[in-house]
Design a protein around this ligand. Sequence first.
Ligand code: HEM
Length: 342
Amino acid sequence: MTPTWPVLAPAPDTPPAGPSHPHPGTGHILTRYADVHAALVDPSCRVPVAEPGLPGTLAGLRGAVSRFSAPADHPSRRAVGVAALAPLDPEALRGHAALLTAAALDAAHDRVDVVSALARRVPVRLLAVRLGFADPDAVVPAVAAVAAAYQPGAEPAVVRRADGAVAALTALAPPEPFEALANRIGLLVQACDATAGLICAGARHLLATAERPATGGDLVELLAEVLRLDPPVRGTRRITTAAVRLGGVDLPAGTPLLLRFDAANRDPVVFAEPDVFRPGRTVPALTFGAGPRGCPGQPHALRLAAGVLDVLRDRCRRVPGPVRYEPHPLLRVPTRLEVTPR
Ligand code: HEM
């Protein structure tokens, strides 16, 4: 029998996919799949670049990671991160994530908050161990502190906390030259909020509740559809370095762009019945980005989330109720999401 898949409404502030348009304070917003993809692969649309900073500080980290690098520095810095990830077997990460999740549930008495007990802990802890960091329990809060200040515009107190956390992570990382070290730490920071958001979105949409059974099927395929309809990373930014035509509009050099994955992932030109949760779609969502700066941790993120959810689907159901999200312009991580043993 063909399953009837549910309709998943977009988050309230998701724009519809449509022509690009200017937006005060943001520059130009791109919402159609083709336009967002074009901007991701166009060399005239570059990421906002971070200037070099003092090693051992947040500014030093931001100035050395591939994520905020100018095009000339990006390939070699990205290669450092990719090489550090290469020995990690995503399927082994899935197994370890399941073991840590089972242990956390065994230690709990009744309700468990998925956000604090699992989503914000398991992926970073496992990656830290695999990437050679000492004291993974100390790494977890330090990475969260850096992640909170990683994008431009963080409050001074948040930046000060991140400075201390970068110093702590530097001391816990395996010894290596500054740029390699920065990109190793960068892997954990990039993984932190986004993977937590994916685990929570998966728990929200796939676990059983008192009213409905758990969504069945291959978990990695289900997560691909969760990533499309409830993306933990809702967009990214670029700035044009030359005059370009995007979304049917001529944009001068120096135009800031906001690329909305959440809107593009529901573009009806690309996804038939875009609001229907239907696993097995052939076109990938844009939630991991695309092109030379697309996410190198995609297989790891999917397997880490699948490992946590393997166990949650088996042993828990979600406590119903509204879900609130941390305030953030582009990330979607709940403040709390409770499950209880079945
Ligand atoms: C669900 C989880 C994740 C999502 C949705 C996600 C999404 C993304 C996106 C959209 C970008 C590109 C941003 C842009 O082009 O502006 C990116 C970059 C990146 N991600 Fe992820 N990511 C996730 C998990 C991870 C994990 C687990 C790792 C590491 C193990 C990781 C490492 C990185 C790195 C290093 C970059 C920068 C790549 C570069 O500079 O070329 N991510 N991620």
